[in-house]
Design a protein around this ligand. Structure first.
Ligand code: MSP
Length: 641
């Protein structure tokens, strides 16, 4: 019988746009889910957004929006990004969903009634960035380790959750279930933490300070601490307490998080479940952090990697492959576009892509694109063991993927690809083809190679679903919805002789690293040597003819039927419409309120039926279009000189 598999990502805060880190965790969950669907398990994949708390209120205020408008907008960015990255989540939960809020209230009331929540006055060191109290020993040089700012001393009466009651129970649980938290280093980190007495958790925030949250069911003057609210998403999304999904998928869940939120998931969450009388989750899988060009990703450094930009430059499957192949699950990794290009060229264009087009071309050349009949006798005579290689690859792959060792899983596939490439060299079909008496051998060799490609297509499906589908179509398996299932892959001779193959295609074009290095978006290129030639000189009077103005965007919308164009209403002293080709790089909603630079005296022109009075100044490189802006807000209409 199929065993259920439930996979979750953290629900992301909506105070920032999605970036590489969020994309990595969510792609990882997608890969795990797709891998499990290969063995026909019933699967459920959950992601979503965490929308309450101080952080969100502050971010909304900064943008001049109400918390509700703000969370709807950013949550939408996450929700809309996932299909672009081929993420196959079954549900997208928001902590502002009424069903979720009802579950939080119910569980709080239950724990309160059981006597595990008490009211007390507390004075402590509070970090507004983290929305939590810190103890002295948790600070680094007197500062919050995440925000590098000293926390503020605040005094408040609040509700506390008696975590200390469950400390010994948790230690015993972790020791009795050695793979409860994995990889091991993170289990050890949690156990080390539990060696010190566990503080009770402050689970309320007074409404006098913050109103944006779930009201405590037993005290109207308080809202729930965001973590107590957020963690419950994993059960509320299943329709806890009576949902059929809860029945099926709890507690076999596999949570995935990065190391930054180990403590809430490794300590608060199991204790909350225990106190609420809900079975404890099965596994917590913890990965490391992506740094970019050796530093932490941050808006101020300007090294935040946008997943869609990567997809647009390198292709989605190549990007997904790189993330899964390069990061050892559990350890930190460094994101670097040169390394990405090298992997695309070596592993994808060379090893896999060449093999695929070479084999298909030979099948067309020698057998008119029809799968030949293998011959048992010829197979025995040659005895080159491709089938055995395929089987060991599948076994090693399954074991690694099951353990979340995705880099290893892919490694086993590439070992098999190397065997396949060697098999081509050793059997030399082009020589067999010259000898009519070697026809049976040739048929067998080409059949085996096509079979090997079928296995590879199945094994890469979790990481590169689109490439797997292209391979499937070309191998004449278009009608087989289950081509990637493990039971299909383990039965050698799955391809039917006589089936027609499609013509070879290039799965992954090679990327010219030198060209990429010369691209203006590459920060390493500071010489300007390869930038376009400077235009002929002009006088200051020539320049003075161009009336550049600062304008504030009042509204923005797509121009119907024009993929690249946005129509903006701007304020530059007067109000006017400007049409700009920036739709591929900007979401209209993100532009409202932004200050841009406009060529105000450009002759008006009609673009797709809309009269545009002026032009926005922007730079375009391989990463798309980026608008020129100022580093502080000025009065709309201010001239530039
Ligand atoms: N809202 C909480 C989670 C609540 S879950 C009940 C939160 N949100 S977050 O937006 O800050 O997301 C943190 C998660 O995003 C990390 O645990 C990780 O999954 C992902 N990442 C964010 N930055 C990352 C890197 N630089 N590298 C890898 N993953 C990272 O915490």
């Amino acid at each position: 019988m199929a065993s259920p598999f439930y996979i979750t990502t953290p629900i992301y805060y909506v105070n920032a746009r999605p970036h590489l880190g969020h994309a990595y965790t969510t792609i990882t969950a997608d890969v795990a889910r797709r891998f499990h669907s290969m063995s026909s398990d019933q699967t459920f994949f959950l992601t979503g957004t965490d929308e309450h708390g101080d952080k969100i209120v502050r971010a909304a205020k900064k943008e001049g929006r109400t918390p509700r408008q703000y969370v709807d907008h950013i949550s939408g960015l996450f929700r809309d990004l996932w299909p672009e990255l081929n993420i196959s989540n079954d549900h997208f939960i928001r902590t502002t969903d009424p069903e979720h809020m009802a579950v939080v209230e119910m569980i709080l009331q239950r724990i309160y009634d059981a006597g595990d929540i008490y009211f007390s006055e507390y004075e402590g060191l509070y970090c507004f960035g983290c929305e939590r109290f810190y103890t002295e020993r948790e600070l680094v040089d007197g500062c919050c380790p995440d925000h590098q700012k000293p926390p503020e001393t605040i005094k408040e009466s609040n509700y506390f959750f008696k975590m200390s009651n469950y400390q010994q129970w948790l230690i015993d649980h972790i020791k009795a279930n050695p793979d409860f938290i994995r990889p091991e280093r993170y289990k050890n980190e949690v156990l080390a933490f539990l060696r010190e007495p566990l503080d009770d958790l402050c689970i309320s925030r007074p409404k006098s300070r913050i109103k944006w949250g779930i009201t405590l069911p037993f005290d109207n003057d308080y809202v729930t601490y965001v973590w107590f609210d957020a963690l419950l998403n994993y059960v509320s999304a299943l329709g806890y307490p009576d949902g059929e999904r809860f029945e099926t998928y709890w507690p076999v869940v596999q949570h995935i998080v990065a190391k930054d939120i180990l403590k809430p998931h490794g300590i608060y969450w199991p204790i909350m479940l225990k106190a609420a009388g809900i079975p404890i989750y099965r596994h917590l899988n913890v990965h490391g952090y992506w740094n970019v060009d050796q530093s932490k990703m941050s808006k101020s450094i300007g090294n935040v990697v946008e997943p869609l930009e990567m997809k647009n430059i390198y292709g989605l499957d190549a990007f997904r492959f790189f993330l899964m192949r390069d990061m050892v699950f559990g350890l930190d990794s460094n994101f670097n576009e040169e390394a990405l290009v090298q992997r695309i060229n070596a592993d994808l264009a060379n090893d896999l892509g060449n093999l695929f087009s070479r084999v298909l071309s030979m099948a067309h050349k020698y057998f008119d694109g029809v799968v030949p009949h293998p011959d048992a006798e010829a197979e025995k005579e040659m005895d080159l063991g491709l089938e055995t290689n395929a089987r060991s690859a599948i076994d090693a792959y399954t074991e690694a993927m099951d353990q979340f060792a995705f880099h290893k899983g892919l490694g086993t596939v590439w070992t098999f690809i190397t065997h396949m490439n060697k098999y081509v060299d050793v059997t030399a079909p082009w020589i067999l083809a010259k000898n009519p008496s070697a026809r049976r051998q040739l048929e067998t060799v080409i059949y085996n190679l096509l079979e090997g490609l079928r296995v590879i297509a199945g094994l890469i499906y979790p990481v590169m679903p689109a490439t797997a589908a292209t391979m499937q179509q070309h191998l004449g398996l278009g009608g087989d919805d289950e081509f990637y299932k493990l039971k299909r892959l383990t039965s050698w001779r799955g391809l039917e002789p006589g089936v027609t193959l499609r013509k070879a295609v290039t799965l992954f074009p090679r990327i010219d690293l030198d060209k990429l290095k010369r691209a203006p978006q590459n920060k390493a290129n500071t010489t300007g040597k390869t930038a376009p030639a400077i235009k002929p000189e002009i006088s200051i009077d020539d320049f003075a003819k161009i009336d550049l103005r600062v304008a504030t965007v009042v509204s923005a919308q797509a121009v119907p039927r024009a993929r690249k164009l946005l129509q903006l209403e701007v304020d530059l002293g007067d109000r006017r419409t400007i049409v700009s080709g920036i739709a591929g790089s900007y979401d209209p909603d993100d532009l409202v309120g932004k200050q841009v630079i406009v060529v105000a005296n450009l002759k008006p022109a009609k673009l797709m039926g809309v009269l545009s009075k002026g032009m926005l100044i922007a730079a375009t490189d391989a990463g798309g279009v980026t608008l020129a802006t100022l580093d502080r807000t000025v009065t709309p209409g201010t001239p530039l000189s």
